[in-house]
Write a protein that binds this ligand. Structure first.
Ligand code: ADP
Length: 258
């Protein structure tokens, strides 16, 4: 009798172990697949600005070798392109570095008194040329100062990443950006009327290396929202998203004022 019980217990234990092994195996296969996919996306994403950079530099070389009076408009446009692609490359590499720093908890916040409204106005101004180029209208409500103890550079990163996405996935429809104070906390809202996010994708968008197949032709490493969420949480804040496919998305960041 007692042997029977032991045997049953042993069998149950073995079955549980086998199930666990199967789960671990499946998960490691999925992780390997995600890593391979990420490597191919990352190589492609890094290659694109490098190719554009080289083309711009070759154009400038040809002009310089031509000997005649340079067509200054073309020179300026090429230099502008080179600068833009260089910046894009830096941002891509910075986000890769940020992910490994966040993973190993090596990011320290440099807290100081910051006005979130001012930061948002600056970022919108910095992205002005992208808004113009993509014909995206933007309405901004960030007139009253909302001051707190935050890391200015990281705050800029949050706003830049979210606004970048709103433009990228925004289908050129108007974007609304608002900064407000609610129950003593700072609230940043970005609303776009673009492609939106399907309910099945929702749980994954803040993950590392998460890219929807449908968003692949938009470019990007799939790291932006992961970094945003980590930085928001390092500040003790929260980020929420509401979205419906084809109608658009609203991202809401709440930050305690420290
Ligand atoms: P990336 O934009 O580089 O892919 P993110 O981490 O910023 O990476 O976003 C992860 C995914 O979430 C995107 O691939 C996209 O599918 C989805 N997403 C993010 N922001 C938006 C948005 N404003 N509208 C629709 N989809 C979005």
């Amino acid at each position: 009798r007692s042997e029977d019980v032991m045997l049953t217990g042993d069998l149950a234990w073995r079955a549980a172990l086998a199930l666990d092994n199967a789960r671990l195996y499946r998960e490691s296969q999925q992780a390997i697949q995600a890593r391979d996919e990420f490597l191919s996306i990352a190589s492609h994403e890094l290659r694109t600005p490098i190719t554009a950079l080289r083309l711009g530099i070759q154009r400038l070389f040809r002009i310089a070798r031509g000997g005649a009076e340079p067509p200054w408009k073309t020179v300026a446009a090429s230099l502008d392109g080179v600068e833009r692609q260089g910046k894009r490359l830096t941002l891509l590499i910075d986000s890769l570095l940020d992910v490994s720093r966040l993973q190993s908890h090596h990011i320290q916040l440099d807290l100081e008194e910051v006005d979130l409204s001012g930061v948002v106005r600056d970022v919108v101004a910095q992205l002005g040329s992208v808004l113009a180029r993509t014909h995206t209208p933007l309405s901004l409500r960030a007139d009253t100062p909302v001051v707190g103890q935050w890391d200015r550079v990281r705050l800029e990163q949050i706003v830049t990443n979210l606004l970048d996405n709103a433009i990228k996935y925004g289908a050129q429809a108007p974007i609304e950006v608002t900064v407000a104070l609610e129950n003593g906390a700072a609230v940043l809202t970005l609303r776009d009327r673009g492609i939106g996010i399907s309910p099945e994708r929702m749980p994954f968008i803040f993950g590392r290396f998460e890219r929807a197949v449908s968003s692949r032709h938009y470019g990007g490493l799939g790291l932006g929202l992961y970094i945003v969420r980590q930085i928001v949480e390092l500040h003790g804040g929260t980020i929420q998203v509401e979205s419906s496919p084809g109608k658009g998305s609203t991202f809401t960041v709440r930050l305690p004022r420290g």
